[in-house]
Ligand binder design. Structure first.
Ligand SMILES: *Cc1c(COP(=O)(O)O)cnc(C)c1O
Length: 461
């Protein structure tokens, strides 16, 4: 080691982190999915800021010992909360390399290796998702920033079309209108907020939460000349259903609207021949947001924004300065909100390479199969009823009254076998299951159903 600094040894802390990581990963199948301690206890174990340097290996040991009891089994095959996803081995290992290489994936000329891997990942993603092959891609922290970026491109394009100079800001400019289904996710709404755009007008949806074409047409006809963004959704977080894009997008385009699709997990319907029909027509949109850290099972910090006209995303996101060594074709930082960022497309590359095309399809099909197994198992639990059509990876269950459903959810979380959260959907309490982890196997479903049946049996009907 060149540096004589006492903390310059990488081998020992990285070796220790490697061992601790493996111990953690190998414990996931047997440990409780819920944490065994709280924030206050963990804070006191973490201790005060040391007055003097601490050995890096000792730092890692101390960190892991303090924090691990407070972690959830998010990477376990029995974690069905939110829409989480785990980490494929190749993606996790590549994520470590991204940290070790520590490239700022902003500039083509400075880090051609990292940029090339991200370009390759981007091409494969467009191919698998069957989106326009010459669309622009930006790698963001998650779908929320991907939604923000797609909506920023929409805002820029609509203002430009209306003859408004973006440099003036948006106050006093054309009044952009945003339309969405009543069950739109909060994430793109946050993007509208960041961008100074109005909240979305909520339109009528069907019983699976999908926007009704008649409602969209009526809303557009009411104000045909306003610059409009139509915010659609691939994958409702409760039902898993996607908006009927093949009908909706031509209507939106008839009125000159920009169509943005939030497809954080649902856009992955497109990769599977079995499930592709669920999101038929999605390729006609103008921008899309999705996550690699959900369905593709890449570690966190993996969102993707895709914009049909590369110039629209570049206009919204690019910044220029003389000290940057810029490439005329457009540098990666010109397509994302950040300037400095980790090469987060590399773990996506590794996930895709290690799975291959058939593996990506099999991953999606397997998640859907597990969701179906849940649905048929729930049919055998007295008093339980699946309330959505289980078309993809999402299952919502009622156990009768809201009080009873809430009590079952509470019991399930307390016993730590399987993590599923409660939610409200269409006015009633539900237990929400999202199958998103590549490791979830039939046995995980069986054990989780057993835990659910026990929780239900313990709450009087
Ligand atoms: C998870 C999710 C988001 C937000 O994605 P993040 O990666 O958490 O920012 C947006 N929309 C839908 C439908 C989601 O499931």
């Amino acid at each position: 080691m060149k540096n004589a600094h006492p903390n310059a040894d990488f081998t020992s802390p990285l070796t220790r982190a490697h061992q601790i990581s493996l111990d953690w990963l190998n414990s996931l199948d047997t440990r409780a999915v819920t944490p065994s301690t709280d924030i206050e206890t963990t804070l006191s174990k973490l201790g005060d800021l040391p007055e003097h340097p601490v050995d890096p290996t000792a730092t890692i040991e101390h960190l892991a010992a303090a924090v691990e009891p407070g972690l959830s089994g998010v990477g376990s095959g029995r974690w069905f909360g939110f829409v989480a996803g785990g980490s494929l081995p190749a993606a996790l290992a590549a994520d470590w390399l991204v940290s070790a290489w520590d490239q700022n994936a902003a500039l083509r000329t400075v880090t051609p290796g990292a940029v090339a891997a991200e370009i390759a990942a981007g091409r494969w993603l467009l191919d698998l998702l069957d989106l326009p092959r010459d669309a622009a891609i930006g790698f963001t922290t998650g779908a929320t920033m991907a939604n923000f970026s797609g909506l920023a491109a929409a805002r820029g394009r609509l203002l430009k079309n209306a003859g408004w100079d973006d440099e003036q800001g948006i106050a006093g400019g054309p009044s952009i209108r945003v339309l969405a289904g009543a069950e739109v996710h909060i994430s793109p709404i946050e993007g509208l907020h960041y961008l100074g755009l109005p909240n979305a007008e909520r339109l009528a949806v069907d019983d699976q939460g999908c926007l009704l074409p008649s409602a969209l047409r009526a809303a557009l006809e009411a104000q045909p000349d306003r610059p409009t963004i139509v915010l659609l959704q691939a994958g409702n977080i409760h039902s898993g259903a996607s908006d009927p894009f093949a009908e909706l997008i031509p209507i939106a385009h008839e009125f000159g609207a920009w169509v943005h699709v939030d497809g954080a997990f649902g856009l992955w319907q497109a990769v599977s021949p079995t499930y592709r029909a669920l999101c038929a027509g999605v390729e006609q949109a103008d921008s899309w947001a999705t996550d690699a850290h959900k369905t593709l099972n890449v570690p966190y910090d993996g969102g993707i924004v895709i914009v049909r006209e590369p110039g629209d995303l570049r206009f919204a996101m690019a910044m220029h300065a003389d000290y940057l060594i810029e490439d005329a074709v457009g540098d990666p930082h010109e397509f994302v909100p950040e300037l400095s960022r980790r090469a987060r497309g590399i773990p996506m590359w590794a996930a895709l390479y290690s799975l291959g095309r058939s593996g990506v399809v099999a991953l999606v099909d397997r998640l859907c199969q597990r969701a179906k197994e849940f649905a048929s198992g729930i049919d055998h639990i007295p008093g339980a009823r699946v309330v959505n059509e289980v078309v993809f990876t999402q299952v919502c269950v009622t156990f009768g009254s809201d009080e009873r459903t809430d009590a079952v959810v509470e019991r399930m979380l307390a016993d730590g076998i399987a993590w599923m959260s409660g939610s409200k959907w269409q006015g009633q309490s539900v237990l929400r299951i999202s199958v998103s982890n590549w490791q979830t196997d039939e046995d995980d479903v069986r054990r989780s159903l057993e835990a659910m049946a026990n929780a239900a049996a313990a709450v009087p009907r």
